[in-house]
Design a protein. Sequence first.
Length: 179
Amino acid sequence: MLVKAKVGRSIAVAVAALGIGFCSVASAQEVSPEQLQAARGALDALGITAQFNSILPDQAELVQSQLLQVYPNYADEINDVVTSVAISLASRRNDLEQEAAQIYAKVFTVDELKQLTAFYASDVGKKFIQYGPIASRELSQAGDTWAQGIARDLNQQAMAELTKKIGTAGGAPAPQPAQ
């Protein structure tokens, strides 16, 4: 846990020191620096890449744990080495930011990216980011409940109508509702 906190702080400092640049990455569809800048703004407003912040610290903790199982008497050395290597890999986080910007720049126009940035940077957009997943989950649950009620009522009412129409015609038993 100590390594995770130490690596996390170190990575944050390294990324801030390196800055997040907008180097053009060769791809099938080239994007302009303006597209990349607009995409970066949208990504920042959305906070999408924040979900990746724990990857390196989590992996460092995992490697440290595995090494400690093999070399339990070298905890301090393992901690130092894993922390040092993890910090040296922190600059690769910028690659992920650039890739994310490339992806968004290919999907959205500069104007659309600016609109996304404006919305998600607004109070309403921030609230949507925070509470949207909760509302979506509750909406999904409401939809499931509604579907169950509709299925029940459809079955009951259809059986009632069918019973009225065919009754016991020809000596056949009246239809029974599905269980």
